[in-house]
Design a protein around this ligand. Structure first.
Ligand SMILES: *Cc1c(COP(=O)(O)O)cnc(C)c1O
Ligand SMILES: [Zn+2]
Length: 500
């Protein structure tokens, strides 16, 4: 729809106005720094940042009804820069000119209600939000669209040139980083560091396909992270891990979309997310806070962060109920099917601690909860979900298993409505499904396959059939007839079909 076709009174607000004044704000000491260059940690105290808009109060002066119309009308615009995460420009990057926005089709992923059978099994009304339906098949594209649009702005204004973007990754960050960087070639090149044999073949294929330089490093993600931190401290590179606060900003789009999809009524929602490096849950808390403070939404939803028993530092931290007594201790991770969340020392932990307090304070009660689930539950619930029409990855299974646990414990009530995040597409983690179906899990996962959930192909080749077709060697006439007849008879027998 063309701008002139919108109602007059809203027309002037449809295109964003770039009135934000963004700064990096340290979550440790609160000091602020300009965004003219890429900073990752506070030069004063070494803590991570969140990006803050000094001009935020202007957003609170717009009525909630107007905000809702702005976002809803923007859906109708044909401008690519406003089709993805920057539909919420005022909240995501109010300094980014639309010409600098990199849009590869990210965001606005479907919210799919579970069928009655699955809702009954879980015990409440719930939806999956399928972030696997992003361009590189995970939610990381949201953060990369933001980080690369910002870097693109620096490139276009001549503040940087020949950028080398690097990241450590459990697989999906590197896929997204390499994809977005390749779009900006040759101005931006990318290199990614992966823990050797700790990402799936599909994930490895992605940065290779996008033309990134791929390094495989012994150890786990936490070791790769130390190496890229050293690189970014000592060399002229752009760090694309969620330590980079621009990533968080882009990932906030996830909750703005939920708000819009639920008509901005979010108080009754329970938003369930898996936790790895904790960038995702940081963005979800910060985003819901911003929409609430600006008056766009009616309240703050419950948030449930889920971790596997094999990588549970955040869950363990919050086991201690007394605020002052809590102490963060990194954990040594064990193999997990939620492999992209297999992180023992989350970079965003200081942001989480800061935001959980603020979130609960503003809500006037505890609204952020954590759950821990067994590897067995993750696999079982992933497969159960997918047998009911979903495309959840193992982390989607982890989220659902966490929801089930929270419902049993009364943390999530039967009259809450849950939105469960599937962070990636099932296909990226098909190898774990294969291990489950073939009962081939190595013992350290501690997973036994439920016979009712196992599935395998049936090879049909009647023993006494002398001729079967082969590639380049089709059958004809009688031989073909015989083949079709015998094979269809076998299949009908297997399926117990009745003759008509
Ligand atoms: C990155 C990732 C996570 C963990 O998200 P964090 O922001 O690191 O907590 C979970 N699932 C998938 C599929 C991921 O790629
Ligand atoms: Zn500081």
């Amino acid at each position: 729809m063309k701008l002139d076709d919108f109602p007059k009174e809203i027309r002037s607000q449809i295109l964003p106005r770039h009135e934000g004044r963004l700064v990096y704000r340290c979550v440790g000491c609160g000091r602020e720094f300009g965004i003219e260059e890429l900073l990752y940690v506070c030069p004063e105290c070494g803590q991570v940042f969140l990006i803050h808009d000094l001009n935020f109060s202007r957003l609170t002066r717009i009525s909630s009804a107007t905000w809702r119309r702005i976002f809803d009308y923007r859906k109708l615009l044909g401008i690519p820069a406003l089709k993805g995460i920057y539909r919420y420009h005022e909240f995501i990057g109010p300094v980014i000119p639309l010409e600098a926005v990199v849009y590869l089709g990210e965001g606005h992923t479907p919210v799919v209600e579970a069928n009655a059978r699955l809702q009954e099994k879980v015990g409440l009304r719930f939806y999956f939000k399928n972030d696997g339906q992003n361009p590189s098949a995970s939610f990381k594209d949201r953060g990369m669209a933001s980080a690369l649009s910002y870097i693109n702005m620096l490139v276009r204004t001549g503040k940087v040139s020949d950028v080398l973007a690097i990241c450590a990754s459990t697989g999906d960050t590197s896929a997204a980083a390499a994809l977005y960087a390749s779009y900006l070639a040759p101005h931006i090149k990318s290199a990614v560091l992966l823990p050797f044999k700790k990402v799936t073949p599909q994930q490895l294929s992605q940065p290779l396909g996008s033309g990134a330089t791929v390094f495989e490093i012994p150890g786990v993600f936490d070791d790769c992270m130390k190496v890229v931190e050293a690189l970014s401290e000592n060399y002229n590179v752009a760090l694309l891990n969620s330590k980079n606060a621009w990533r968080i900003l882009g990932q906030e789009s996830y909750c703005y979309e939920i708000a819009q999809d639920f008509e901005y009524e979010v108080s009754h929602l329970a938003v369930v997310v898996p936790i790895g490096n904790a960038g995702n849950i940081t963005a979800v808390m910060n985003g819901f806070l911003k929409f609430f403070e600006a008056g766009v939404t009616d309240g703050l939803p419950k948030i449930l962060g889920v971790q596997s028993e094999h990588a549970n530092p955040v869950y363990r931290y919050y086991l201690e109920p007394a605020n002052q007594k809590r102490q963060f201790k990194p954990v040594t991770v064990k193999p997990s099917v939620a492999q992209a969340a297999m992180i023992g020392n989350p970079v965003s932990m200081p942001r989480v601690i800061h935001l959980v307090d603020r979130y609960n304070q503003l809500a006037g009660q505890q609204r952020v909860f954590f759950a821990e689930v067994a590897e067995q539950d993750i696999m079982d619930w992933e497969i159960i979900a997918n047998r009911n029409g979903h495309i959840a990855c193992t982390h989607g299974g982890e989220s659902l298993a966490g929801l089930v646990k929270a419902v049993r414990q009364g943390v999530v009530a039967a009259d809450d409505v849950a939105v469960v995040k599937s962070t990636a597409h099932a296909l990226k983690f098909a190898g774990f499904q294969e291990m489950y179906f073939e009962q081939q899990f190595p013992p350290e996962y501690n997973i036994k396959s439920d016979a009712d959930l196992i599935n395998a192909p049936v090879y049909v080749h009647p023993r006494d059939l002398r001729q079967v077709p082969a590639p380049g060697k089709p059958l004809t006439d009688k031989a073909l007839k015989m083949f079709v007849h015998r094979v269809s008879e076998d299949i009908a027998g297997h399926l117990k079909l009745k003759k008509r």
